[in-house]
Design a protein around this ligand. Structure first.
Ligand SMILES: CCCCCCCC/C=C\CCCCCCCC(=O)N[C@@H](CCCCN)C(=O)O
Ligand code: ZN
Ligand code: ZN
Length: 483
């Protein structure tokens, strides 16, 4: 159990007094109303080529209106990048402190009105929750970051350490026009970041059956991905005299073989092993002993992890069949059948290795492979005593969520805009300061996405604290020992 951040000790801000993270009633009402207004703007990304650009532009106007201090304070510079994304540069007093970045995105995936209990773009408040697409992914972060800065600036805060706030408009469809352009712009300016904080992980609660206590997981890497299209071409013809095999049958058999043969379990060479070792003492007997002795029980634990879809995704490369197309008429045998799949690559494997495995399982030369896009898993960011970003998050979790006794590094099974910033920093941390239970996880990209008013206020408080914590002059503990 890691109960306190090891790397940052002693007094934080020499010379300046800390601004307490307490907000008046009117401020708390204003902050939840601001989030509701953000949810009401349908900033939907449908595909890399199709998004609601009117809404994206409106969102830009909206943040100017609700965060007037951010836009009028001289130490904050604002730029629009890639037409709709936003980059804020907050100038710190001490240029010797390396800047960091807070990253989030305000585009959302589509939501079909009829499935929801409340309209997905209503931002309606019910029983202490604000409902709507983007309340967890990821307008909560966009609004909480700007809200925390607004409240700090109103209290005359000036940072010591400079930082950037980057808000992407196309994360859900690649981040090529938003995050990637921001990254290129900062690289051209010669910027290197001390660390970066993005979405991608949570204080997770209830994902492992016998683990009753929630724990904070800071993702230090994310899986790679391949979008792969399989295609079979056969001679078309009249359905009254069919051949023994058709393009549809051959392709269906191929994808069925893929579903029947999961990719290998990589538990032994992955970071989930480290995560579980951090958690061992939180489990009741005998699981605590089992997890403390993975040298003996690794095969047992790796099988246990396969039982649930989320933990299964953490131990292996997964393949999801997402599109299947063939045929135009009931009495015409089509020439072409296509199946598209979304593969998420475990960090212990590469794109090339996974493609080889998939080819070997399909084992049919009539099936053509078309790689639509592919990238390897992301480098693992440091989480040791000397890792400033990790330690600042750890410290802030400890003060804002004192009831959370374990903070552990983990891996993000989805992808985030942060992957476009590996040129600027090795310290990329994915953490959303919110509790997440399995039903909340299903609502992300699903139905009835919602955030409690209290959880949103806590997220604002967390960022308010994190920004001030980042003003530290403390060097990592091991450096101090050398002095
Ligand atoms: C010890 C095990 C406990 C496991 C608990 C895990 C709980 C789940 C935690 C995090 C969920 C992941 C959220 C990931 C955010 C992903 C954002 C997203 O949807 N990104 C898209 C990007 C698409 C880019 C287009 N190519 C995606 O990944 O599809
Ligand atoms: Zn997201
Ligand atoms: Zn998303």
């Amino acid at each position: 159990t890691v109960s306190r951040p090891m790397g940052l000790r002693g007094k934080q801000q020499q010379g300046t007094s800390r601004i307490p993270s307490q907000f008046h009633k009117e401020e708390r009402v204003a902050m939840k109303e601001a989030l509701k207004g953000a949810i009401q703007i349908p900033t939907v990304s449908f595909s890399p080529k199709e998004s609601n650009t009117t809404a994206l532009a409106e969102f830009g106007e909206y943040i100017r209106k609700v965060f007037p201090t951010v836009f009028s304070t001289s130490c904050v510079q604002h730029e629009v990048v890639g037409e709709y994304s936003h980059l804020f540069t907050v100038q710190g007093l001490d240029p010797s402190l390396q800047p960091y970045m807070l990253l989030a995105h305000f585009d959302v995936v589509p939501a079909s009105e009829e499935d929801w209990e409340v309209p997905p773009f209503s931002g309606l408040e019910r029983d202490g929750f604000i409902y709507g697409r983007g309340t967890l992914d990821n307008k909560n972060s966009v609004m909480a970051i700007l809200q925390a800065l607004e409240l700090l600036l109103i209290r005359n805060y000036i940072p010591r350490r400079s930082f950037f706030i980057a808000l992407g408009h196309d994360e859900e469809v690649s981040g090529m026009n938003g995050a990637q352009k921001i990254s290129a712009l900062l690289q051209a300016r010669g910027i290197q970041l001390a660390f970066l904080v993005d979405e991608g992980s949570f204080i997770v609660d209830g994902f492992i059956p016998s683990l009753k206590k929630p724990f904070a997981m800071i993702s230090v890497s994310e899986k790679g991905a391949i979008n792969l299209m399989l295609q079979v071409n056969m001679t078309p013809g009249h359905s009254s005299a069919p051949p023994k095999e058709t393009s549809i049958g051959i392709l269906a058999a191929a994808v069925s073989r893929l579903e029947q043969a999961p990719m290998p379990n990589m538990f032994g060479s992955g970071s989930l092993k480290t995560t579980l070792q951090h958690l061992a003492n939180e489990f009741p007997f005998p699981t605590n002993l089992i997890l403390s002795n993975l040298w003996l029980f690794q095969p047992l634990v790796s099988r246990m992890m396969e039982r649930n879809y989320v933990t299964n995704a953490m131990v292996r490369t997964t393949i999801a069949l997402t599109m299947f197309n063939a045929g135009v008429k009931v009495n015409v045998i089509p020439s072409t059948a296509q199946a598209t799949m979304n593969i998420r690559i475990h960090p212990a494997q590469t794109v090339q290795e996974v493609l080889e495995l998939v080819k070997n399982i399909v084992a049919d030369d009539r099936v053509q492979f078309h790689v639509l896009s592919a990238f390897d898993s992301l480098p693992v960011s440091p989480s040791d005593d000397q890792a400033l970003g990790y330690q600042l998050l750890h410290q802030t979790i400890r003060s804002v969520f004192p009831e959370v006794s374990v903070v552990t590094p983990g891996i993000c099974i989805g992808n985030t805009d942060s992957r476009h910033f590996t040129n600027l920093t090795t310290g990329i941390y994915r953490f959303n300061p919110l509790y997440l239970q399995p039903q909340d996880f299903s609502s992300v990209h699903g139905i009835n996405e919602k955030i409690s008013v209290q959880a949103y206020e806590t997220q604002v408080k967390f960022i308010f604290e994190l920004i001030q914590n980042a003003d530290t002059y403390q060097r990592p503990v091991s450096d101090l020992h050398e002095l």
